[in-house]
Design a protein around this ligand. Structure first.
Ligand SMILES: Cc1cc2nc3c(=O)[nH]c(=O)nc-3n(C[C@H](O)[C@H](O)[C@H](O)COP(=O)(O)OP(=O)(O)OC[C@H]3O[C@@H](n4cnc5c(N)ncnc54)[C@H](O)[C@@H]3O)c2cc1C
Length: 535
């Protein structure tokens, strides 16, 4: 298999033109090209006012590969395609000494469970929330009727936190073993579009994620695993420094010396239980801020120029950072093109925002978190749970500011920057359901965060023309940007002070996003397999 890098074609090229470009680049005949796949496709948005091109990495088979390798020996853009296929670390023996347990069925728990099942370990997966169809109804209950189910919502239930999301599937993690590729391939097997394997910033959207999650559950079960819903883990069974099992809310006890803990960042009750049991954990930095909404057309024009609205490019995204004079960094977080702002609380009496989109990304507004980094040393000293306590205080205050009915506090950007409360909406209609309450967002976050965001919005306007739009809407508050603590693990990926406990994914502080949580799930399944097999 050969690889060609940086093959460039106009946006509107046909499949035949792509094939012809490969043939021409290699100076071979059409018959000599036996087949090809797209490994990567990107475009350079800086060319928005000249000619924007797709830039491809192509893997191909040719009848004369050895000869081509000689011909292009000095060409850095043509060579042997690296092997990125997934290799299992081992397989379970016919007689299993025990079944590993996976707690949580978000992306991390799904991939930990799937990989353990594929290796033959027949895992038992425990998820506190409901299966995804029922969960979807409960989640819409908050958005449509202001009724929250604390065990079945945006954060909890089959599929985890990313199920109602834009389904962005990219990450900046180091991934030398190409585990991200395995995550994407499994998603495609479960029904994601093939393009996620090669486009630069793939996304799936909410609708498809739901059925994909069900398919992955089916595969785990077909391979001998179990997936149990409404099974909240409430205690650990411990023998000295070794975990021996778990206790469920029902009182049932399950024995296992290998437990993957893939809780997500919102399982505050479970974090408190782990802390009370003495599991080593430490506070870590996270970020707080608001969701901002602009017309998507404004973002498209600023980012894509004359290519705005091009069907092959879709709705444009952005990424922004500003280092404020007070030493804080403000950045865009989880940007959702053509999407909606969602109510993302899992606890009564709290308001938290996030964003989601459908695959088509064709809603009127673009939204993004605009958040400020905070850290335990400066902002919440007081031990491992201090970040959770800060989140709870801020979210409870936002609930009251919104009217104590799950509406979110909101303000127009122009008013926020000028420091005056908003009393009426302008041209941008906020998408947050069940609705927003206009006013002054300044009391909702610490003063340093407000000051930094006030400075950042006009500065962002220099990168995206129109960003500081008076009528753009800020909806508050965004607090669950990542886990406020880390359940620290050692080189064997087990808890520092409790053997057999494998903290994983976003809640443990080892991932931030669907792809990285899936990758961590694979790594943790490998660590469990190695430990059981004595590798
Ligand atoms: C609205 C929204 C939009 C998002 N959009 C994106 C996006 O577009 N792209 C992206 O990369 N990321 C996105 N994210 C973030 C992403 O969803 C998370 O990073 C990811 O889901 C973390 O995966 P995880 O498996 O570690 O944890 P989670 O997905 O949070 O899963 C943890 C699971 O554990 C269960 N659990 C917790 N405690 C217990 C217990 N005691 N017993 C049993 N089960 C328990 C929970 O119910 C939950 O299902 C979004 C998040 C939200 C909320």
């Amino acid at each position: 298999m050969l690889r060609i890098n940086e093959l460039k074609l106009p946006l509107d090229h046909s499949d035949d033109e792509l094939r012809a470009a490969i043939v021409q680049r290699l100076a071979i005949s059409d018959e000599q090209l036996l087949g090809f796949t797209l490994f990567k496709r990107s475009y350079d948005a800086r060319k928005k006012n000249s000619e924007m091109l797709f830039i491809y990495t192509i893997d191909l088979e040719a009848s004369n590969e050895a000869e081509l390798l000689k011909t292009f020996a000095d060409d850095p853009k043509i060579g042997v395609a690296p092997d990125v296929s997934y290799k299992f670390v081992g397989h379970a023996p016919a007689e299993l000494p025990e079944r590993p347990i996976v707690v949580g069925f978000g992306p991390c728990g799904i991939f930990a469970g799937l990989l353990l099942a594929q290796m033959g370990f027949k895992p038992i997966v425990l998820e506190r929330g409901k299966e995804v169809r029922q969960r979807t109804k409960d989640t819409w209950g908050l958005w449509r009727k202001s009724v929250l189910n604390p065990e079945s919502n945006v954060q909890f239930g089959e599929g985890g936190a990313g199920t109602f999301s834009d389904g962005k599937l990219y990450s900046q993690i180091k991934d030398p073993q190409h585990h991200g590729r395995k995550v994407l391939e499994e998603f495609v097997k479960a029904g994601a579009p093939d393009e996620i394997l090669y486009i630069n910033k793939p996304h799936i959207g909410t609708f498809r994620l739901t059925s994909m999650v069900e398919k992955m559950r089916e595969e785990i079960i077909n391979l001998g695993g179990e997936v149990r819903f409404q099974q909240k883990v409430t205690d650990l069974l411990v023998d000295g420094e070794q975990l021996t099992g778990l206790v469920l809310e029902s009182g049932e006890q399950l024995q296992s010396r290998h437990v993957v803990l893939a809780l997500g960042h919102s399982a505050r009750d479970t974090f408190r239980m782990l802390h009370a049991k003495g599991v080593f954990m430490e506070a870590k930095p996270f970020s707080v801020g608001f969701r901002i909404e602009h017309p998507q057309s404004l973002i498209d024009k600023a980012r894509l120029g004359k290519y705005a609205g091009h069907p092959k490019l879709g709705a444009a995204d952005y990424k922004l950072v500003h280092h404020a004079k007070n030493g804080r960094s403000v950045y865009s977080f989880c940007m959702c093109p053509g999407g909606t702002v969602v109510a993302a609380t899992s606890e009564p009496g709290r308001v938290v925002t996030n964003g989601m989109s459908q695959y088509s990304r064709n809603e009127r507004n673009a939204n993004s978190g605009i958040v400020v980094g905070i850290d335990p040393e400066r902002d919440y000293p007081g031990g491992p749970l201090a970040g959770i306590e800060l989140q709870e205080r801020l979210e409870a205050h936002a609930y009251v500011m919104g009217g104590s009915n799950y509406q979110a506090p909101a303000q127009l950007v122009g008013d926020f920057v000028a420091g005056r409360p908003s009393t009426a909406l302008g041209s941008v209609e906020p998408s947050y359901k069940p609705g927003v309450t206009l006013g002054d967002l300044a009391p909702s976050l610490p003063d340093f965060a407000i000051e930094a965001i006030r400075e950042a919005l006009p500065a962002f306007d220099r990168q995206i023309k129109g960003y500081n739009l008076h009528d753009a809407v800020l909806t508050g508050i965004e607090t669950r940007t990542s886990s406020p603590l880390r359940i620290t693990r050692g080189a064997d990926l087990q808890s520092l002070n409790l053997k057999g406990l494998f903290p994983a994914g976003e809640g443990a502080g080892y991932a931030g996003g669907i792809l990285s949580a899936g990758v961590d799930g694979i790594r943790i399944a490998e660590a469990v397999a190695r430990d059981i097999l004595g590798l």
